[in-house]
Design a binder for this molecule. Structure first.
Ligand code: 4NP
Length: 165
């Protein structure tokens, strides 16, 4: 069974992309497609490699039913463009950083995650790191909405795969 692979990327891989990974995994599990997916997250910076998600994000996520405790930060690499079908950047700065390391041969479809939340006027999931607790909840609101859009796209890809195989 061929799998679809999805990578969420922010700056530190301790706030936005881990919660995107956790939210998307849960929605994929509820849709009964998680066994057909590879879901991961990474940061464009290496500052927090090996660390758990930020405590404030873990607490905000936990309140809404997402357990991020098993996740550990890693840095995005050029290899990720060969391994993943979809790479979702949390904001425009990180999109540019990813474009900088993207190899010519990569298969990944690289885009802003909020492209999958077309009803939102903003294009970036804002960095909550230096802000207040409300900022973490706002990140989760945006991530939940974009995850629904991405899930619809992935379900379509999986059903097209079934027809062609
Ligand atoms: P993230 O948030 O990119 O959503 O993981 C940040 C985490 C750490 C830092 C900045 C943003 N930092 O400056 O250490």
């Amino acid at each position: 069974m061929e799998k679809r692979s999805i990578l969420f990327v922010c700056l530190g891989n301790i706030c936005r992309s881990p919660v995107a990974e956790g939210v998307f995994r849960k929605k994929a599990q509820e849709a009964n497609i998680l066994d057909r997916l590879i879901v991961d997250s990474a940061g464009t910076a290496a500052w927090h490699v090996g660390k758990s998600p930020d405590e404030r994000m873990m607490a905000a996520a936990d309140m809404r039913g997402y357990d991020l405790s098993s996740l550990r930060a890693r840095q995005a690499t050029a290899d990720d463009f060969e391994k993943f079908d979809h790479i979702l950047a949390m904001d425009t700065d990180n999109l540019y950083s990813l474009q900088d390391i993207s190899p010519e041969t990569g298969k990944a479809d690289l885009r802003l995650f909020l492209n999958y939340a077309p009803n939102r006027k903003e294009s970036d999931v804002p960095d909550p790191y230096y802000g207040k607790v409300e900022g973490f909840n706002h990140v989760i609101d945006l991530v939940e909405e974009a995850s629904e859009g991405l899930l619809a796209k992935i379900k379509k890809e999986l059903s097209e795969q079934n027809i062609s195989s």
